[in-house]
Design a protein around this ligand. Structure first.
Ligand SMILES: Cc1cc2nc3c(=O)[nH]c(=O)nc-3n(C[C@H](O)[C@H](O)[C@H](O)COP(=O)(O)O)c2cc1C
Length: 366
């Protein structure tokens, strides 16, 4: 079999140390998260505009989203009654606290939060069994979140996710940092780009150690970004990780909630089609180059409807609406969509099952 240990987070144990990263809009909902949880990993539903299919979404997006948190969770739980199922909730979400509380009420095993530092997360889950995990990309942000939680709440993360520059979706790096890691170009081999970031992972591990010693308790760490094969998983483990968080590899699965056309766009993509783009969120993001990106480059959109997605968005000053661009992808309108992906999306050559991906990542024979 394999030598990978289960992932233990307090009273929760995932048989396999593989967390499926939350992917919005509509890419990781109940079907994908349920399948991963059933296969022994950690299944994560993204709350980013999770209610986009609700008939009332246009009129009252937030209410539709809050409703969908419970329905998606219940559907995933029905697929994996014993599995670990949680939510990815971006800190940048408008009314973040409401989403967290709804996820806790739905029964979330864990909440993973990035796209900002989840400073208030501990008080939002207080008195419940829901585990909490911040996503960090630098030692500086790891230090800030651990220090804040220690001072304000006398607690440490139940899991820390380190997301590197090869990840998909929004990235926690400036364009300059991405250039430093060679992650803004397809000219540099991925192995080199990974190695360039390993040093930062080492610095984050030192921060983790400091707080483990203070609390005399292990803090499990998951490494994310560019993990596609068993070798990548083993490399993360050699760096001291307890688990990996994987996004892109799960997109081209049968169970992934994205439409087939989205999965096919990954299969068709070549390495040079994968680009860094600046999203209206103000952060760089990684996506498949398409006509939409060309059309919106350097423009200012006329926004006729605001979907209330982000706490800080100025609809008068953005190139396009991120909700519309991402939900178009989830609704099969790829020509008008932002196609988020990780740096390895071009490696997909077929649709697989979640079970097959889990086995491959674990290093088990198919
Ligand atoms: C299509 C797509 C959508 C994503 N959406 C989110 C999101 O809503 N919130 C978030 O924190 N991370 C998001 N991510 C990041 C993933 O959760 C994951 O950490 C990352 O993609 C890992 O890198 P990998 O894709 O190379 O495996 C997204 C990634 C992809 C590919």
């Amino acid at each position: 079999m394999n030598s990978l240990k289960p992932l233990v987070m307090g009273d929760l144990t995932a048989k396999h140390p593989i967390i499926q990263g939350g992917m919005g809009v509509g890419i990781s909902l109940s079907s994908l998260a349920g399948a991963v949880a059933k296969a022994g990993g950690v299944g994560i539903i993204s709350t980013a505009q999770i209610g986009f299919k609700d008939p009332n979404f246009l009129k009252a997006p937030m209410e539709a989203n809050l409703r969908a948190i419970k329905t998606e969770f219940d559907k995933a739980r029905a697929i994996a009654p014993e599995g670990i199922i949680g939510f990815n909730i971006m800190v940048a979400t408008k009314k973040y606290a409401l989403y967290v509380k709804e996820a806790v009420m739905a029964g979330a095993d864990i909440i993973i939060s990035g796209a900002g530092l989840p400073i208030s997360l501990p008080e939002l889950v207080e008195g419940t069994k829901t585990k909490i995990a911040p996503i960090v990309s630098t030692a500086k942000s790891a230090m800030v979140i651990c220090k804040m939680w220690d001072r304000k709440y006398k607690r440490i993360p139940d899991l820390l996710v380190i997301e590197g520059p090869l990840a998909g979706g929004h990235l926690g790096f400036s364009l300059e940092q991405l250039a430093e890691y060679g992650a803004d170009t397809d000219d540099v081999p991925a192995t080199y780009r990974q190695a360039a970031y390993d040093e930062e992972i080492g610095s984050i591990m030192k921060v983790v150690k400091e707080y483990e010693e203070k609390y005399k308790k292990h803090i499990p760490v998951a490494i994310a970004g560019g993990i596609y094969t068993h070798e990548d998983v083993m490399h993360a483990m050699e760096l001291g990780a307890d688990a990996v968080q994987v996004g892109t590899r799960f997109v081209t699965t049968e169970e992934c909630d994205a439409p087939l056309s989205y999965k096919q766009a990954y299969i068709d993509a070549k390495k040079e089609d994968i680009v860094i783009t600046k999203s209206p969120v103000g952060m760089p993001g990684r996506a498949i180059h398409n006509g939409f990106l060309d059309r919106v480059a350097g423009t200012k959109a006329k926004i006729t409807h605001c979907y209330q997605c982000l706490e800080h968005c100025d609809p008068n000053n953005i190139p396009y609406c991120i909700t519309k661009a991402l939900s178009n992808a989830a609704e099969d309108h790829l020509e008008d969509a932002l196609l988020f992906c990780g740096s390895n999306a071009y490696r997909a050559d077929k649709i697989e099952t979640v079970d097959a991906v889990m086995k491959d990542l674990m290093g088990c024979p198919a």
